[in-house]
Design a protein around this ligand. Structure first.
Ligand code: PGA
Length: 250
């Protein structure tokens, strides 16, 4: 049985003060949640969020990580730096990184390898664009992105990865994949994992859905057998909505 994982992706939102306020509201609200709870926050908020979440069931995540140990990479953060700030999870290959910052499958792979080697849990994002779905390429795209991201990991390491299936056309648009579409595409990803790494690995890997997941649709999505959680953007920015998503089973 896979434990569900709901992760907030705050993107470029919240000052440290606003972050602390949100986490202080979340701590009592999500206490006792059945799922794993993660907030992936801007790096300037690591400190206040880790303090505000201390002793709670809320885990700290980052939104990107560089693959080098250190060096001349202006603007980047290393695995070691994230870990020193209490970060446990890291989003890798988000479609906004791919779309606006030149992220490629090859660099998604390097980041994933570095995160795993350093003991961070990657949340690897994959997903097709609108025109790719309309042309019938969804399955090919998500399988390719997934297998490329994981190249070089051992089957045992793959077991610990989280994958987020995020159809690009559903992110921040208010459009959501139907429960069945999300379940079907996540099933395609799981089958690819099964072919490459075996059934035990495919059964262990948690695959989230992301793209306008919110209080009104979380129950239906989470009722699907292949969907093991959510990566939540807009609805993670306020305590009532994120709490309702986290407590989807109540
Ligand atoms: P959204 O973002 O929930 O605002 O669509 C999801 C994401 O980009 O991870």
């Amino acid at each position: 049985m896979r434990k569900a994982i709901i992760a907030g992706n705050w993107k470029m939102n919240k000052t440290p003060e606003e972050a602390a306020e949100l986490v202080r509201a979340l701590v009592p609200a999500v206490k006792g949640a059945a799922c794993e709870v993660v907030v992936c926050v801007p790096s300037v908020c690591f400190d206040v969020v880790s303090k505000a979440a201390q002793g709670s069931n809320i885990h700290l995540g980052a939104q990107n990580v560089h693959f080098a140990k250190n060096g001349a990479y202006t603007g980047e953060l290393s695995v070691e730096m994230l870990k020193a700030c209490g970060v446990e999870y890291v989003i890798i290959g988000h479609s906004e990184r791919r779309q606006y910052f030149g992220e490629m499958d090859a660099t998604v792979n390097l980041r994933t390898l570095a995160a795993v080697a350093g003991g961070l849990i990657p949340i690897v994002c994959v997903g097709e664009k609108k025109e790719e779905r309309e042309s019938g390429y969804t399955d090919a795209i998500v399988q390719y992105q997934t297998l490329m991201a994981l190249t070089g990991l051992t089957p045992e390491q793959v077991k610990g990865i989280v994958i987020a299936y995020e159809p690009v056309w559903a992110i921040g648009t208010g459009l959501t994949a139907t429960d069945e579409q999300a379940n079907e595409t996540i099933g395609v990803i799981r089958k690819a994992l099964q072919r490459h790494y075996g059934a035990a690995v495919a059964d262990a890997v948690r695959i989230q859905y992301g793209g306008s997941m919110k209080p009104g649709n979380v129950k239906g999505l989470m009722a699907q057998p292949e969907i093991d959680g959510g990566l939540i953007g807009g609805a993670s920015l306020n305590a009532p909505d994120f709490t309702a998503v986290v407590l989807f089973d109540r």
